[in-house]
Design a protein around this ligand. Structure first.
Ligand code: 5GP
Length: 217
């Protein structure tokens, strides 16, 4: 009996896939990303750095890593961000080191970032998967923003104006998901994740060895 076994990873997909999710404020990205990372195996939500103050329910290093502007600017100078942007007057960024660390653990990553950040990512990570979340209508988006007690009227107007600018960028994304119904939108994103993981180039070739088949080059 051949004792030499092929060491196979716990998942058939081999390389860390980056899923980049954008969409206007209030569209439900955060909820969708949280539900995805808690219900899909081997998928981690990347925790961004921000200079915005935490909301009541937010926990440091879980929802964001909250830092001051001075620290953020030092990180920019040291080129520590894979991407960063100013959104509604606050700085937001993704640590390149953290992304690499998650990838090394064999996990795929889901990032909830704005369109400016997604454009920067596209230049560096060509084979990442870009998903844009749309509201069913601008009226519904406004209603959802108003339901968030933390937003002031002026803040809502800024967010609606910015939403229009962001939506205009939808063509930079590979997939569009309309968040009319959370369960349906979640199902659609899960389908995208599954399809991406099954792409031949992303499947761990060691899995094919189990079938004792030599791949043809
Ligand atoms: P909020 O303050 O409402 O959590 O997020 C405001 C906006 O910042 C959202 O559009 C969100 O996608 C975006 N955002 C969150 N983290 C990052 C990040 O690391 N980089 C970029 N570019 N945008 C981010």
């Amino acid at each position: 009996m051949n004792k030499k076994r092929t060491k196979v990873s716990v998942k058939p997909f081999g390389r860390g896939v980056l899923f980049i999710v954008s969409g206007p404020s209030g569209v439900g990205k955060t909820t969708l990303c949280q539900k995805l990372s808690s219900s899909v195996s081997h998928l981690k939500h990347s925790v961004s750095y921000t200079t915005r103050p935490p909301r009541k329910s937010e926990i440091n290093n879980v929802h964001y890593t909250f830092i001051d502007k001075k620290k953020f600017k030092t990180m920019i100078d040291k080129r520590e961000f894979a991407e960063w942007a100013v959104v509604h007057g606050n700085f937001y960024g993704t640590s390149a080191k953290k992304l690499a660390e998650i990838c090394k653990t064999g996990y795929d990553i889901i990032m909830d970032i704005d369109t400016q950040g997604a454009i920067q990512m596209k230049r560096k990570y060509e084979d990442a998967v870009y998903i844009f979340i749309l509201p069913p209508s601008m009226k519904i988006l406004e209603k959802r923003l108003r339901a968030r007690m933390s937003e002031l009227t002026r803040g809502i107007k800024t967010r609606i104006d910015r939403a229009k600018e962001e939506i205009a960028n939808y063509k930079n994304y590979g997939y569009i998901v309309v968040n009319r119904d959370l369960k349906k939108a979640l199902g659609e994103i899960k389908a995208i994740v599954t399809a991406q993981r099954l792409i031949t180039a992303k499947v761990d070739p060691k899995w094919l060895k189990i079938l004792k088949i030599k791949s043809q080059t």
